[in-house]
Write a protein that binds this ligand. Structure first.
Ligand SMILES: [Cu+2]
Length: 245
């Protein structure tokens, strides 16, 4: 009588299938080793005399928010490092398909957190409010409203990011100082510069890319970069402080 396993398949066939699966795994691993991924890092900086914008006055909910809040539209750290600059890499060859991730926009201490974000088209945006006071999230691309959501502390709302472009966000309950930006993009390779202007984008397929930097006050810059297999590349962006509007 022929031996069978738990599913009733002959043991010989099961062993053969396991061998095939092991071979396929080895081939996939070898392929992955053949094409190591690259990385791009760099720093965004403002050169020249930097005039930090003054804090923004608060007209409502002063008991909770205080009389002023920080102006996050121009956050300059040590040595002119510029935070909240959105960096995107656009492959000049075939783009890689990556599943969009969910991002979150919180209302916390009378500000949108984080102030600047980037997300892949088709992803989801979760809106929440950590404050005990009412906020709204009013999102526009150009002059067009995409959504305007009232957000008491207990409420969570999920919006689908199905329009590419730069989304500007405000709070409509007389919180004139609140603003945020979310760039919805079609490239899966992106970053937002940190407090010192630093950024890094990992797992880049080798090839040539157009790199774009965008800051809400200082505008756009563009460059080209070649990412080598398994090699780190670096690029810095320097904005002139005089260009500030
Ligand atoms: Cu608000």
């Amino acid at each position: 009588m022929r031996q069978t396993n738990a599913e009733g398949a002959p043991v010989g066939i099961a062993r053969f299938m396991a061998l095939v699966a092991a071979c396929l795994t080895m081939v996939a691993q070898l392929h992955a080793q053949e094409t190591p991924l690259g990385k791009l890092s760099g720093r965004v900086q403002v050169a020249g005399v930097i005039v930090k914008p003054p804090p923004l006055p608060v007209f409502k909910n002063r008991a909770y928010c205080g009389r002023v809040v920080a102006n996050e539209t121009m956050q300059v750290g040590a040595n002119g490092g510029l935070a909240n600059t959105i960096i995107t890499l656009h492959a000049l060859g075939a783009p890689k398909q990556i599943q969009p991730k969910t991002i979150t926009l919180d209302n916390r201490a009378c500000a949108f957190v984080p102030h600047a974000q980037i997300a892949l088209l088709g992803g989801e945006l979760v809106l929440k409010n950590s404050d005990p006071i009412l906020h709204t999230v009013h999102a526009r691309i150009g002059g067009e409203t995409l959504f305007n959501v009232g957000l008491p502390h207990w409420r969570r709302v999920t919006e689908r990011l199905d329009r590419p472009g730069l989304m500007r966000i405000n709070c409509d309950v007389l919180h004139t100082w609140m603003s945020a930006v979310i760039m919805v993009t079609t490239t899966p390779f992106f970053a937002v510069s940190g407090p010192s202007g630093e950024f890094a984008i990992d797992e880049l397929p080798p090839g040539e890319y157009r790199v774009e930097a965008w800051h809400e006050k200082l505008g756009a810059k563009s460059a080209r970069v070649v990412i080598g297999a398994g090699q780190p590349a670096a690029i810095d962006f320097v904005y002139a402080a005089a260009a500030r509007s």
